[in-house]
Design a protein around this ligand. Structure first.
Ligand code: ADP
Ligand code: TYD
Length: 216
């Protein structure tokens, strides 16, 4: 076990698990199952997501649904602001929770920015823009649920009436490539497990637990 995880365990800090993947990869399904599993193991946890339901996240959601239009650089900056608020806001910021010993599971964190926003601008810019969040809280482990963009779009169409801004197959192909590129670039500092998301919901849940159960 790496030193920083050992330290987290000794300090009784909560774990911080980020689920990542392209739209429709099954993140919210797996977060729900992981939270159930942790509760069975008597490990209390808090689940959350980005974009958040707070003011900056709500503004982002209006851009994603096409209600308002913004330049891609502005959208990237909003994701940075929403993430800092997600960490630090006084009502339900996740950094105080982790420090107080709560395990936090998040549906998306800074790898989402690295992957989605680097389609329109240099990845270095996006990584730099997220540096403050990375300094405050790095995931204990990031779980990437890997599905083909064709599978993901098929699932989204089946489950919803309309598609959002980034939910187009060619776009998701670029995003998936960027995720893999971001994992390569940050391999020295980030712990990432990649899980095959093309299997049944229960098989994926089992594998996620096999891979991350060791952190509890
Ligand atoms: P995300 O949060 O990554 O967008 P969801 O968990 O909402 O993904 O899943 C998108 C849709 O695909 C939902 O209708 C969900 O029930 C379905 N789904 C999730 N995982 C699987 C899977 N392994 N096999 C088939 N369908 C799945
Ligand atoms: P989400 O609601 O998680 O969509 P889904 O459940 O379909 O995966 O995320 C909304 C969209 O926001 C999604 O297309 C990914 C995008 N996004 C970014 O582009 N950058 C980010 O930093 C985050 C957190 C999300």
């Amino acid at each position: 076990m790496k030193e920083d995880v050992k330290r987290q365990m000794e300090n009784k800090m909560g774990r911080f698990i980020a689920l990542e993947g392209i739209d429709g990869s099954g993140k919210s399904t797996q977060i729900r199952l992981l939270a159930e599993r942790l509760r069975q193991e008597k490990i209390p946890c808090y689940t959350t997501m980005e974009p958040t339901a707070a003011p900056v996240g709500s503004l982002i959601r209006q851009v994603l649904t096409g209600r308002i239009e913004m330049d891609n650089k502005v959208i990237a900056a909003l994701f940075v602001a929403d993430r800092l608020d997600h960490l630090l806001n006084q009502v339900d910021g996740i950094w105080p929770k982790v420090q107080a010993g709560t395990t936090v599971l998040t549906d998306r964190y800074y790898f989402s920015s690295y992957a989605y926003q680097s389609v329109d601008m240099p990845m270095d810019w996006v990584i730099q823009a997220n540096e403050e969040s990375r300094k405050i809280l790095r995931p204990t482990v990031t779980v990437f649920i890997d599905v083909s963009p064709a599978t993901a779009i098929g699932r989204i169409i089946k489950s919803r009436a309309s598609l959002e801004l980034f939910e187009e197959q060619s776009r998701l192909e670029a995003v998936r490539d960027r995720y893999l590129e971001a994992f390569r670039r940050t391999a020295d500092t980030e712990r990432v497990v990649i899980v095959d998301g093309e299997r049944s919901i229960n098989e994926i849940a089992e594998e996620i637990w096999e891979q991350i159960g060791c952190y509890f």
